[in-house]
Design a protein around this ligand. Structure first.
Ligand SMILES: Cc1ncc(COP(=O)(O)O)c(C=O)c1O
Length: 394
């Protein structure tokens, strides 16, 4: 007899992998962020007003005009030679073009690494809280997440060592070393060395995802990553040029890059060649350093505005460390505020943010919130904080 269950339950056709993403109450709520007039501190988007539009548009014309059909042809999976060369500069001096694979944003890099490293059930270390996009990828690949608490000095490597001593044998450890999303934390040099040593001893790969490294405000430029045989690094042009280009880069040990290239071939054949050429020209352009300095200046000023507005509206009812870079401020509401409920009130009053629970793995972060400070205007940042304070009080 033919089965007709699918008519009643078509979603039963979906793979376990696609179901593991699940539906999220927070995602559904945040759809309201698109409502006209809503002030959003929720998005992880860079500020579109600061995209170098005229420069990128001039480059696009030159790229297509000069390279003609070649710029629009299929190209090698590991990336166009000019782009691999230009993107190698994002890793610091030690990396050469042939040690770089161009990815469709760093998000694809995370997914390709999960495909190549993780079998269902493999343990992977993440910090708690962690970047949502990575949690989604790892969960969809069936990784068993081993959450290690983090603080303002990043992943607590002593806690990780204790778990390793107890028998944990992870395949990989995911790390956002600078201006973490959502916490804004920078891993201390001491903990980073400790992590490298643990990776050498226990043989796990460090997936270093560093898209915010150039957005530093009142701290020095982060140093290049020390060479380590089990570290694979991801970089992105999304936060410094424009995310719509979808150009990122990966560098790491040859055995892993080879496997990633094979996986990438079946995923998208290659990252858009036109985008790669535009990003390469932009990274080499005379205006590029001044552009990134301007971004730092504008985002740093917005960070200060948010800090002042929070202090003004909440005084001692909120706790946060001022982020030294990146796009997010991670706040803890005192007096037992539940930020899932706060979001419902805040949405009604015209502002939104992402509650801490969205980034939690094992910890209870229901009193935390991630506030993005880069897209809202000065007036909106101030209005959003007084709305949040009113919503928290209601
Ligand atoms: C930590 C982290 N990694 C990766 C990404 C994805 O960036 P991309 O646009 O390069 O794919 C983001 C985007 O917000 C991020 O915060």
């Amino acid at each position: 007899m033919r089965s007709t269950t699918w008519r009643n339950d078509p979603e039963s056709r979906l793979s376990q992998r696609s179901l593991s993403g699940g539906s999220s109450a927070i995602r559904d709520l945040l759809e309201q962020a698109q409502r006209p007039g809503m002030i959003s501190l929720a998005g992880g988007l860079p500020n579109a007003d600061l995209f170098p539009l005229a420069e990128l548009s001039a480059i696009a014309q030159i790229v297509i005009g000069d390279c003609g059909g070649d710029s629009l042809q299929y190209s090698p999976t590991s990336g166009v030679a000019e782009a691999r060369e230009a993107l190698s500069s994002l890793f610091g001096g030690a990396v050469t073009a042939d040690q770089v694979v161009v990815t469709t944003g760093s998000q694809q890099g995370i997914d390709l690494l999960a495909r190549t490293l993780i079998d269902r059930g493999d343990p992977v270390v993440v910090s708690d809280p962690e970047y949502l996009g990575t949690l989604q990828v790892l969960r969809s690949h069936g990784a068993s997440l081993s959450a290690i608490p983090s603080d303002q000095d990043g992943l607590d490597t002593d806690r990780l060592e204790a778990r390793l001593t107890d028998g944990l044998r992870p395949k990989a450890c995911y790390l956002v070393p600078h201006f973490h999303n959502p916490t804004g934390a920078v891993i201390s040099a001491e903990r980073r060395r400790h992590l490298d040593d643990l990776s050498t001893t226990y043989g796990f790969v460090i997936i270093e995802d560093d898209p915010y490294r150039d957005l530093f405000y009142d701290t020095d430029r982060p140093p290049p990553t020390d060479p380590h045989p089990l570290t694979v690094s991801l970089r992105s042009t999304s936060k410094v040029l424009a995310p719509g280009l979808r150009v990122g880069a990966m560098s790491g040990p040859a055995w892993l890059l080879n496997a990633v290239t094979v996986a990438k071939q079946s995923t998208d054949l290659h990252t858009s060649g036109v985008s790669q050429l535009i990003a390469a020209e932009a990274l080499r352009a005379d205006w590029y350093p001044a552009h990134v300095a301007h971004l730092r200046h504008c985002y740093g000023a917005k960070r200060d505005l948010l800090v002042n507005a929070l202090e003004h509206n909440f005084s001692d009812q909120i706790e946060f460390a001022t982020p030294a870079g990146g796009m997010f401020l991670w706040a803890r509401f005192l007096a037992g505020t539940n930020t899932d409920s706060l979001l419902v009130n805040a949405l009604e009053m015209g502002t939104c943010f992402v509650p801490g629970s969205a980034f939690a793995v094992d910890r209870d972060l229901a009193d935390h919130a991630r506030l993005s400070f880069v897209t809202a205007s000065a007036t909106e940042l101030e209005a959003a904080c007084s709305i949040l304070a009113a919503a928290a009080a209601s």
